[in-house]
Design a protein around this ligand. Structure first.
Ligand code: 13P
Length: 350
């Protein structure tokens, strides 16, 4: 195992208050988001959109790594530069999504299992040779009446652990993502209970498979009420519940925890991450960071709308959200005023 390389890549992914940009939407997900805004759903629009993202000036000030989809890692900008090279030149580590999607779990209506283990070793070797240095696998856990079942929790945890071990074998840092979905009317307490149980099983399986905890990143959900739960919670309550849950279930050897946004608004995702860092930063064994998809991209996508003329404004919006989340990692996010942060970046560069 490339132990030292894994440890140093994992550290780079969470150091200096930077976070990870998830831009790895599969065809159906990306197309659905384009369709909602009337953007044509073609190979070329997806390429142009991803080019807009990776060429955003100054993105590397706040973003340490970007997760790509298989289509994107093979694409070039309109000037013929491979997307992956644009990222590396900007100081951003390229990563790759490697699960092939969440399918129905046999015998368990309403539950999911992520697929993609067959042939994974060969795919990982190819991605490493292309320049990727980390990977992502998303497992989906659904909360509902009588679910998640033990079957879903164990099957998804074992699959995540097998994926993580394969990644480390070739030198890719695995992002282990067990996402407990926000869909539903469950309370924050129920989300806590389910997430705690899932994380215990995930780390149990990672241990059994011999995964190097120092060379991986955990990407969990925050502890939040379901989207249609009548009782929503304050940022501080979400921060307390999330950190308490993680303290109970994530070993201190893991270098970083990078949250998914999961359908929270951009502002909420930043405000809650900020609250966690304000209240707990100095007391935690791991870095608390972000690996947002929608919470980073959505404002930019809504400005871009598939039009070349909108690229500069869309890039400004993406840069702004990246800066907001960098500020949240410092515990200095304020939705109205984050000017101070600009000075801090300058200082760190010197
Ligand atoms: P969201 O932040 O939009 O949930 O996406 C993160 C991600 O990578 C999901 O796998």
């Amino acid at each position: 195992m490339k132990t030292q390389e894994l440890i140093s890549t994992a550290r780079l992914m969470v150091d200096n208050h930077k976070g990870i940009l998830a831009m790895d939407e599969s065809f159906p997900t990306c197309n659905k988001r384009f369709a909602k805004l009337g953007i044509p759903q073609t190979v070329e629009t997806r390429r142009a959109y991803r080019e807009m993202i990776v060429t955003t000036p100054g993105l590397g000030e706040f973003i340490s790594g970007a997760i790509l989809f298989d289509e994107t890692i093979r694409q070039k900008t309109k000037d013929g530069i491979p997307m992956i090279k644009v990222l590396i030149d900007a100081g951003i580590i390229p990563g790759i999504k490697v699960d092939t999607g969440a399918k129905e779990l046999a015998g368990h209506p309403g539950e999911k299992i992520s697929e993609g283990l067959d042939g994974l070793r060969e795919r990982l070797i190819e991605y490493y040779q292309m320049g990727a240095r980390f990977a992502k696998w998303r497992a989906v856990i659904v909360i509902g009446e009588g679910i998640p079942s033990k079957a879903s929790t164990i099957a998804n945890s074992l699959t995540l652990a097998r994926y993580a071990a394969l990644c480390q074998e070739v030198g890719l840092v695995p992002i282990v993502e067990p996402e407990v979905l926000m869909d539903g009317s469950h309370t924050m307490e129920r989300c806590f209970e389910v997430t705690e149980e899932v994380l215990h099983e995930v780390f149990n399986q990672l241990y059994i498979q011999g995964v190097l905890l120092e060379g991986m990143i955990l990407k969990p959900n925050m502890i939040v009420p379901g989207l249609s739960c009548p009782k929503q919670e304050s940022d501080n309550k979400v921060a307390d519940a999330t950190v308490n849950c993680l303290m109970r279930s994530v070993p201190a050897a893991v270098p970083g925890i990078t949250f998914l946004s999961g359908g929270q608004t951009s502002e909420l995702a930043s405000a809650r991450l900020n609250a966690m860092n304000v209240r707990f930063k100095s007391k935690l064994p791991w870095e608390l960071s972000f690996s947002y998809g929608r919470a980073l991209q959505q404002p930019a996508l809504e400005i871009w709308l598939g039009k070349e003329a909108n690229v500069p404004e869309a890039q400004k919006a993406l840069h702004h959200r990246a800066k907001c989340n960098y500020a949240a990692r410092c515990g200095e996010y304020n939705s109205k005023e984050i000017v101070r942060i600009a000075h801090q970046v300058k200082k760190e560069e010197n």
